[in-house]
Design a protein around this ligand. Structure first.
Ligand code: ADP
Ligand code: MG
Length: 295
């Protein structure tokens, strides 16, 4: 027997490095007319590295001491920023002590107890909430405008310093954004938990104008539900635990396999296993071709 068009399309998607979980999904991909993309790990490589370690003068901590505390609380986290912090500590040959009472807030950061001190690492906007005048906030804003990601380290409830991280844009991100815009007739939206300054810088680099930043996981899902209510059939592309609610709310969700968290891979309808963002518009086009053959 000849293979039904949707099954051939699934096999074809596989050859392009995309695992499509069912024929229903393969069919739906061709219907999407609005696309929302996550930033870190989706439009960027998701392999950030620490470029600066900046203890605040009054913290009494050295750069190594600050990094050690941060790496200890980041150790259990799956987040790309967490991996970068732990790698930086290892590269410097630092001993990373164990963490107790670890807690993670997706889209915000992590906290735990290290050597009897309570350490939090995460978004300066969230940790400095209500302390907008703090010098660390102004410094973070300056670096973020340059497209850096800044995380704040807080020790026993007091800001102790910042870690500056840089990530690279995926080389095929601008072409992918353009291809998705051409296929759907609408320009893609950027949904990110990162701050508005870093988000604006990246959006300009990839050709996105609709930017929604500082979003918690549920905010991302709400943005998708709003698009769906207005009649759009959305495609969400994401990788993090923080993207899972949006992936679930979308008409179709695609997760990035290499950077993707287990939850994102399970929740998504399809997975880009061969780390190429450019495969996303390819599978949309494959679905359209298969549907033309089905009807
Ligand atoms: P994105 O939506 O771009 O993938 P996230 O929602 O994962 O970004 O994270 C948003 C912000 O929350 C990060 O820029 C960072 O400030 C903070 N954050 C989240 N998880 C962590 C973590 N494990 N360590 C440090 N900061 C974190
Ligand atoms: Mg992400």
């Amino acid at each position: 027997a000849t293979m039904p068009p949707l099954l051939s399309a699934i096999a074809n998607a596989g050859r392009h490095g995309v695992l499509v979980k069912s024929a229903v999904v393969m069919e739906r991909l061709g219907h999407v007319d609005a696309v929302a993309l996550d930033k870190t790990g989706t439009l960027t490589e998701g392999a950030p590295h620490v470029t600066d370690i900046r203890p605040l003068a009054d913290s009494g901590l050295s750069a190594d001491a600050l990094l050690t505390l941060a790496a200890a609380v980041e150790h259990p986290s799956e987040h790309p920023l967490a991996r970068a912090v732990v790698d930086a500590a290892r590269t410097r040959g630092l001993h990373v002590p164990p963490v107790r009472d670890f807690a993670s807030t997706p889209g915000s950061g992590v906290r735990g107890s290290v050597n009897g001190r309570t350490v939090a690492v995460g978004s300066p906007a969230r940790l400095l909430h209500g302390r907008a005048g703090h010098p660390a906030a102004a410094e973070a804003a300056r670096l973020e405008r340059e497209g850096r990601t800044v995380v704040l380290v807080e020790v026993d409830g007091v800001p102790a310093g910042t870690l500056v991280l840089a990530d690279r844009l995926r080389p095929d991100a601008p072409a992918t954004v353009a291809a998705l815009a051409a296929l759907t007739g609408t320009s893609p939206v950027l949904l990110t938990g990162d701050n508005p300054r870093a988000a604006a810088r990246l959006a300009a680099d990839v050709g996105i104008t609709d930017v929604r930043a500082g979003l918690l996981p549920q905010d991302k899902a709400d943005a998708i539900k709003e698009l769906e209510r207005s009649g759009a059939r959305t495609l969400v592309v994401g990788d993090g635990v923080n993207d899972a609610p949006a992936l679930a709310s979308a008409h179709t969700g695609i997760a990035m396999g290499r950077t993707g968290s287990d939850l994102a891979l399970q929740t998504a309808d399809a997975v880009v296993v061969r780390d190429e963002l450019g495969a996303v518009p390819t599978v949309v086009a494959l679905s359209r071709r298969a549907r033309r053959l089905v009807v």
